[in-house]
Design a protein around this ligand. Structure first.
Ligand SMILES: Cc1ncc(COP(=O)(O)O)c(C=O)c1O
Length: 492
């Protein structure tokens, strides 16, 4: 059954693989309203009926009306204003989105580390305004709740500090992660979940389990530079696959790569890829799972950003469609709950036993006290509403940043419009060298991430990645305008 609402948001048609009739009533109402907004019948900034009036008009329960409004809010078509009601959202001026990427069809060795190190170091340096790292700042999180959970765990589990943490991780946390994964459509057995030191460790373990030096790994293009750094350190070759800024990996290109290249694994972020923010349509997720099981090629699926996606269907993992254990799913709570607790997880499908051995050999267990605190945070009531709040805060920020880019960057600039998260990928006019722009910005104490960090090729030299999850106030707004002004000057 198709989900008309998703279609109306400018994404290609998607198919809700298992939607139930009662799930679609609110989507039908949302779709009718979305059409009125698109047709201009309801104009930007106009007030729309209250939940009670909508329920009465449509002959549905107030909770269905609330669901319809939530779907429209998630799609940023309407906004709730405190004590005033619901309004059609006013979006800032739009720039066109970047073109789909077209990397070469051959795999390449990777050599990217030096810039990445500098960008990450400057992200921590208070003397710089940093848009370079994808690090959310503390005020985005429920800091007091985190502090209370850690001190509760410290009181109740003191003894664990004097015990060696052996094994795959705290049972309560693994159960909480399995419950959390249900929200992505995945039925995981807690016993198969391995707790790690963050998503990057999960990914390294998966790559170690399924590759040897010299093997080819297929990735999105552009891709997260941390992946390229891991590939470089493990002497793996990157095969970049054409990627669309909204819909992600081209599965036709991936199929061709499977047919013509010795691909040993796929490493991808199907929801809110970094840096483009693309989200693979549901039908593609299902097709990808089938392609993998036909070939027995593993997908290392990074679901780090799934909870930041604005629509439920985009949160569903490829793992949800995996019946053969070919998907290794990797997550963490670094972007959504508490980066400093530094915990991640992995369920390794067919490779679960190898992962457990590799983990024991390479890094052992974790501070159990923090595992207990994380389990507590994940199971507290209000946890879901904290995600909603986080999504709304970063969506407003991303809209504002896109508006500033439209105002101040050179003519011909393109920028992504991600369906969640806090990362923007900016394609500048062809004459701009992003590494020169990076150095010119550093001289003004502003850090950006040059496009060259996100590929083993040199194809993104005119692009930059901007992370707007850090501090956000007048200084950041001025700095973003300044990046645009420097880029304009560079073009003469
Ligand atoms: C796509 C992606 N995966 C993994 C990571 C690292 O996650 P963690 O901090 O949990 O290791 C990042 C960090 O920016 C990321 O963007």
């Amino acid at each position: 059954m198709s989900t008309p609402f998703a279609t109306s948001l400018g994404s290609p048609p998607v198919h809700a693989v298992d939607s139930k009739p009662q799930d679609t009533l609110y989507l039908q109402i949302a779709e009718r309203l979305a059409q009125s907004i698109r047709a201009g019948t309801l104009s930007r900034g106009e007030r729309i009926p209250s939940v009670r009036d909508l329920a009465r008009q449509q002959g549905v329960s107030p909770s269905t009306a609330v669901q319809a409004y939530r779907a429209l809010e998630d799609a940023r078509l309407i906004e709730a204003r405190p004590r005033s009601g619901y309004f059609v959202a006013a979006r800032p001026a739009r720039l066109p989105e970047p073109e789909p990427s077209a990397p070469p069809a051959a795999s390449l060795p990777v050599d990217v580390s030096s810039l990445g190190e500098q960008v990450m170091r400057l992200a921590m340096d208070p003397a710089y305004i940093s848009f370079g790292a994808a690090c959310p700042s503390g005020e985005l999180f429920a800091q007091e709740r985190v502090r209370r959970a850690v001190s509760r765990a410290a009181q109740r589990h003191r003894a664990s500090l004097c015990r060696y943490p052996l094994g795959p991780g705290n049972d309560g946390l693994r159960r909480a992660i399995a419950r959390h994964a249900l929200g992505m459509g995945c039925q995981l057995d807690p016993r198969d979940i391995l707790v790690t030191n963050g998503c990057l460790e999960s990914i390294s373990l998966c790559l170690r389990a399924v590759t040897r030096p010299g093997d080819v790994v297929a990735l999105e293009s552009p891709t997260y530079f941390g992946f390229l750094e891991i590939l470089e350190s493990m002497h793996l070759r990157a095969l970049e696959i054409p990627t669309h800024p909204r819909t992600g990996l081209s599965l036709d290109a991936l199929q061709l790569a499977f047919d013509t290249q010795p691909v040993k694994a796929v490493l991808a972020v199907p929801t809110l890829s970094n840096p483009m923010g693309s989200c693979m349509p549901l039908a593609d997720r299902k097709r990808l799972a089938q392609m993998l099981s036909q070939r027995g090629i593993p997908l290392i699926e990074d679901v780090l950003y799934n909870d930041l996606a604005e629509q439920d269907d985009k949160r569903r993992a490829v793992k949800a469609f995996d019946s053969t254990g070919d998907v290794m799913i990797c997550g963490s709570f670094s972007k959504t709950v508490a980066p400093g607790i530094r915990l991640g997880w992995v369920e390794g499908g067919r490779w679960s036993a190898q992962l457990r051995r590799l983990k024991a050999v390479h890094s052992g267990g974790h501070t159990e006290l923090l595992e207990v605190a994380m389990a507590d945070l994940l199971t507290q009531p209000g946890h879901e509403s904290a995600y909603r709040q986080l999504r709304a805060t970063v969506a407003a920020r991303v809209d504002e940043a896109r508006g500033l880019i439209a105002e101040s960057f050179p003519k011909g600039t393109r920028v992504t419009d991600p369906a969640g998260g806090f990362i923007l990928w900016v394609e500048l006019p062809a004459g701009i060298d992003s590494v020169a722009l990076f150095h010119a910005c550093l001289a003004r104490k502003i850090c950006i991430a040059p496009g060259t960090m996100f590929s083993a090729t040199d194809r993104f030299r005119h692009c930059i990645r901007l992370g707007v999850g850090g501090r956000w106030d007048e200084a950041q707004r001025a700095a973003l305008r300044e990046v645009g002004a420097i880029a304009r000057r560079m073009l003469g």
